[in-house]
Design a protein around this ligand. Structure first.
Ligand code: ZN
Length: 253
């Protein structure tokens, strides 16, 4: 039985003592905002299809309509989603100088929507789309909204198919973003892991990398992770409830 008040106080203490704290967030951070974990087998998205058959770069080039049909319900949820109290808590910590950056696996842009300034989106984002023929980059908003309305695959002026700037299976992670995320991981003396089951490589390696450099770890996740025994503070609870309380305590004391 965990003593939540005590754990929250300990996490707040660590944040105040840290010189360079970084947060890493996973799909669990956005589930309270109504966005399912689309990489998780439990999300229901994989029950009808084989992920590699629709959500890989190869499949996208071959059958973009199939990809768009599959992503349609998720795209709608993501576009309509609002940040939850956990997102706002991280933004407040950054504004108070207690958090340097957020590394996220999420593509929904909710950290920025909540006010976070320095966000590394290692799996890409949905704000832009790239033409897979001429590589022109355009704001995804209008293209995706149009697609949600009429179901037609968004196309570039050149006739090429537009791909949202999210990282598909079989696609390289954005190198610049990943490099920055790794630099902050090496620099940090505290990593706050929120809403990640730490299953998706290579991002899942970052907390272990931080820990290896001597950083302390706070893990806040509903489910156990394979790094639980290395955490300095381990909280299995609802992040949307707990993270604001940690931020309040860290900022106000
Ligand atoms: Zn084009």
């Amino acid at each position: 039985m965990q003593d939540l008040d005590k754990l929250i106080a300990q996490a707040a203490d660590l944040l105040r003592q840290a010189n360079y704290a970084v947060a890493m967030t996973g799909a669990g951070h956005s589930t309270p905002s109504g966005i399912p974990d689309f990489r998780s087998p439990d999300s229901g998205l994989w029950t009808q299809v084989d992920p590699f058959a629709v959500a890989s770069l190869f499949a996208f080039r071959l059958r973009p309509q199939e990809f768009y049909n599959w992503i349609r319900p998720v795209a709608r949820l993501v576009l309509e989603a609002e940040p939850n109290p956990g997102h706002y808590a991280l933004a407040r910590l950054e504004a108070a100088g207690l958090l340097k950056a957020v590394i996220t696996q999420n593509i929904d842009g909710l950290h920025q929507k909540a006010g976070s300034q320095r966000v590394y989106e290692v799996h890409g984002h949905i704000r832009e789309a790239t033409c897979i023929r001429c590589y022109q980059i355009v704001p995804a908003d209008s293209a995706i909204k149009e697609f949600l309305d009429d179901g037609q695959v968004p196309r570039c002026e050149c006739g090429g198919v537009m791909k949202p700037n999210v990282i598909l299976f079989g696609e390289q992670l954005p190198l610049k973003v990943l490099t920055s995320a790794r630099q902050d991981t090496t620099a940090c003396d505290l990593m706050l892991v929120v809403g990640s089951s730490l299953n998706v490589e290579p991002v899942a390696d970052l907390p272990l990398m931080a820990h290896g450099h001597g950083a302390k770890l706070i893990i806040l996740n509903y489910q156990p992770t394979h790094l639980d025994d290395r955490a300095d503070v381990l909280i299995h609870a609802d992040l949307a409830e707990v993270l604001p309380r940690i931020a309040d305590k860290a900022i106000n004391l």
